[in-house]
Design a protein around this ligand. Structure first.
Ligand code: ADP
Ligand code: ASP
Ligand code: MG
Length: 809
């Protein structure tokens, strides 16, 4: 015999209730079907009673809405006229009763818990009649007759023994499929209507399954089973095939509402497995909950959380070593029916923190202040301190106890994400580690933990891309085209959650549609760098990376604060790494301290692996002694293009048209761009340098850089004749021009040099870059890195590589 429970959504729509019919009628075994109220009806019943209580006439409209929903459902699913009229007769009667109760509440402005319980019972009473009529050959049993409660500490709790006997008695001679309303019960002594608490239909089903020694308890709901986390919060959560009773209990107790917590115990005692299945997808295997899971290697099975936590701290110097303080805390709270779901006490014993729900907080504080009033008066203890608006998270898995390092990984992950843990607890059974964080960090905490413990699905990196010009645009294109491949092969999801142009910005937690971002940007509101930064910080996303594809100093000025908020920075923009040395150092230190990354590989040589190589050499104990480099793709292009037919000014124009130069080519021609790169290289090599320290031997008179860009373009041809003369001389000597950047033991210079055919810089085509590194190890033959050093495609690819290196940590 099986017990099948169908939740609110499973009886909430025509589609789902017909699926229920198919599932139940398809069972060869004899089954007992427990049903919830139609989805959302319990909430509506309660809300309507509040309206009536307040004398608000609109309760009538709400009542009629509920009526209509039930009648429409009956119309849509029951064809047999005779059955239908019998059912409608019952439903009419129930609604008549309910109407009278509401009217009474409306008239006398009173809503006792007793009346409230009577009102909510109508949801399951109605739905069970509907399902019993719908399922061929089914008979309805009334749980008000056999699920019995008693009152304890002002709460209705199950009377297990009386109920078990009554269930056995009720179903003794059952011969056909049975339908039972979940959730509702009656007081054993008074006969008044009570219930098993919100979500209690699961419990009804479990009680029946245990009393009748069912072979299985099936919980049919709206998701594919028990999942690694709530799929409504964690989009990457996935179904767990098997869970132990202990694991399921821990997860349910901490907010996994897929199974109501008291449900597990009655079937666990009888060793009856629970299956969690999806009414909307009956073919999926679902989850089996049983006493022992074989071949289970994962240390963590799931994550769950409770919002609305208050942490109450009981503290005082007199508590140290005093026996009995904890007994008094828990006795006082228990006597007042307040449940504590987390306790943490440091071994110094001068404070105990207890986690209660926000709704219980005020009463808990009053109870404890009263309990310790004498000690508080004498100053031996402090008045209770309560911090509300927090959230509790639990990670659960029986295998944790065999796996060292789980707590380390957990708290390391939270720390790297800038989430501070307010309190934590782990029981000696080692199946659950719970911790309390600020409620605002809950979403982020759940996501980073899920990411770090459940990599078997995929890891998510949340990207904010600033700048949609040639590099940014190319990068977005590359992300789009690699998206599926990375998901499938690397289990990595590159989620672009923000895109900003110079005046606009768009954001979407779930990922921006990259096919459509330009249109979305156009339609979006005006933005600026400060707004952008504030939005990124307030979104508080996990694994966040800010990607700067601009050349803007204002954008570079955001890095420090972003890193402080645990957002990694990948910059194609050179301003920060080449700017003031102390600020640069602070950025690097901040990234290190916060456990995030500040990467700018493309600042020198675009996609060429130059900075990373220098870093690797230094990390392995090598020392960079000298650097000689051609670092400007633009200048190299210009000096390769210049000929008797193509004058200097024309080569500059071509460099701009081909997209090699900076948007303002004066940055290249003034040597500024090369100086910035040299400064960055030198710093990476371990020397302190500022741009002003670089010795400059320039080839264009400084007067050319003073006016506007238009004047610059206008005046440029006046240099052509001089260049042509020198070019001819050079050609005759068999030499070529190269704009060379040098570093020698920390001393830096840039100059235009003529190199002969034997020089390694002589053969350097197009816009290529070359870097020669002389180190203690690469001494006689310097290391040479050479290749495309400019262009949006290779730069974007270098940025992409930096992003991927963050994904792989
Ligand atoms: P029913 O109405 O069928 O009783 P509930 O709404 O009570 O359904 O429970 C199902 C919901 O529980 C899911 O829709 C899901 O959002 C939520 N949930 C929370 N944690 C989990 C989890 N770990 N696995 C599956 N669902 C979960
Ligand atoms: N209908 C009740 C509720 O919404 C019981 C249940 O669905 O399990 O809480
Ligand atoms: Mg439920």
């Amino acid at each position: 015999m099986k017990v099948l429970k169908f939740g609110g959504t499973s009886v909430g729509s025509v589609e789902s209730i017909l699926s229920l019919k198919k599932i139940v009628e398809g069972e060869n075994d004899d089954v007992i079907v427990v049903v919830s109220a139609l989805g959302g009806i319990t909430d509506k019943l309660i809300a309507t009673s509040k309206l009536a209580l307040g004398g608000d006439e609109s309760y009538k409209a709400e009542f009629e809405f509920m009526q209509k929903r039930h009648y429409e459902m009956v119309d849509a699913i029951i064809d047999d006229e005779e059955k239908k009229s019998g059912l409608l007769h019952t439903i009419d009667r129930l609604f008549e009763e309910l109407k009278s109760i509401y009217y009474g509440v409306y008239l006398i402005h009173d809503l006792s818990p007793k009346i409230q319980a009577a009102i909510v019972s109508y949801g399951e009473r109605l739905s069970s009649h509907i399902v019993a009529t719908l399922v061929n050959g089914a008979k309805r049993y009334n749980s008000l007759d056999f699920i019995k409660t008693i009152k304890k500490h002002g709460k209705n709790v199950l009377d297990s023994e009386v109920t078990a006997d009554a269930v056995k008695e009720t179903f003794r001679n059952r011969t056909q499929k049975s339908v039972v309303p979940g959730f509702i019960s009656t007081d054993r002594n008074t006969g008044e209507i009570t219930n098993l608490g919100r979500g209690g239909s699961d419990y009804t089903a479990s009680i029946i399954a245990a009393a009748l020694d069912a072979e299985v308890l099936e919980i049919w709901t709206d998701v594919d089973g028990f999942m690694t986390a709530d799929p409504k919060v964690i989009h990457t959560a996935y179904t767990i095939n098997e869970l132990s009773y202990v694991e399921a209990m821990e997860l349910c107790n901490f907010g996994a509402k897929v199974v109501y917590p008291p449900t597990i115990y009655p079937v666990c005692v009888k060793n009856i497995p629970i299956k969690v299945k999806n009414t909307f997808n009956p073919d999926s295997a679902g989850t089996t909950i049983l006493s022992h899971v074989e071949n289970d290697s994962k240390p963590i099975k799931g994550i769950s959380s409770i919002k609305g936590t208050t942490l109450i701290t009981v503290a005082g110097l007199s508590m140290v070593g005093v026996i009995g303080v904890n007994r008094r805390i828990f006795t006082a709270l228990a006597e007042n029916g307040i449940s504590v779901f987390m306790v943490s006490q440091a071994s110094s014993e001068n404070s105990t923190s207890i986690g209660v729900r926000d709704v219980d907080a005020e009463e808990a504080v009053a109870v404890l202040n009263n309990e310790f009033s004498k000690e508080i008066r004498t100053g031996a203890m402090f008045p209770m301190h309560a911090e509300s608006g927090l959230a509790t998270v639990a990670i659960v898995g029986e295998n944790m106890k065999h796996t060292p390092g789980v707590a380390g990984k957990l708290f390391g992950t939270l720390g790297r994400s800038g989430i501070s843990v307010i309190s934590c607890a782990q029981g000696a059974s080692e199946t659950n580690i719970s911790f309390v964080v600020d409620g605002k960090s809950l979403y982020k905490a759940l996501n980073v933990i899920h990411d770090s413990f459940f990599l078997s699905e995929y890891k998510v990196l949340n990207l904010f891309i600033c700048g949609v010009g040639t590099v940014g645009g190319n990068l977005i294109g590359q992300i789009k085209s690699q998206y599926t491949e990375l998901m499938e092969k690397q289990r990595l999801k590159l989620n672009v959650v923000g895109i900003a142009s110079s005046h606009k910005a768009i954001f979407d937690h779930n990922g921006i549609d990259l096919d459509n971002y330009q249109a979305l940007l156009k339609e979006s509101a005006e933005s600026d760098t400060q707004k952008l930064k504030n939005e990124i910080i307030s979104m508080n996303t996990f694994n966040s990376v800010f990607v700067d594809c601009t050349a803007s100093a204002d954008v570079a000025a955001l890095y420090q604060e972003l890193l402080e908020h645990n957002v990694s920075v990948v910059a194609a923009n050179k301003v920060a790494a080449s700017g003031d040395y102390d600020s640069y150092l602070k950025l690097k230190e901040t990234a290190l301290r916060r456990g995030v990354k500040f990467l700018y590989e493309t600042n020198v040589g675009a996609g060429l692996p130059i900075l990373g190589t220098i870093k690797d050499l230094c990390n392995s104990g090598d020392k960079i002694l000298k650097i000689e480099a051609v670092l400007s793709g633009t200048l190299n292009f210009i000096f390769n293009e210049i000929s008797a037919d193509v004058p200097f000014s024309e080569t500059v124009r071509r460099a701009k048209e081909e997209g090699y130069s900076e948007p303002d080519p004066r940055i290249d021609l003034s040597g500024k761009d090369v100086i910035r790169k040299l400064v960055i290289l030198t710093r990476e090599a371990g020397y302190k340098v500022e741009q002003e320290d670089v010795e400059k031997n320039l080839f264009i008179p400084s007067g050319f850089f003073n006016g506007t860009v238009e004047e610059f373009w206008k005046n440029l041809p006046t240099l052509d004749a001089g260049f042509e003369k020198k070019r001819e001389e050079l050609q005759n000597e068999g030499k070529r021009w190269r704009f060379v950047a040098k570093m020698n033991h920390g001393k830096t210079s840039v100059s235009l040099e003529a190199v002969g055919q034997q020089h390694p810089f002589y053969m350097l085509e197009g816009s290529n870059n070359v870097v020669l590194l002389t180190t203690e190890r690469y001494h006689e033959y310097p290391m040479q890195i050479k290749g495309y050093g400019a262009g949006a495609g290779v730069t974007a690819a270098g940025v992409f590589a930096n992003i991927m290196s963050i994904a792989n940590i």
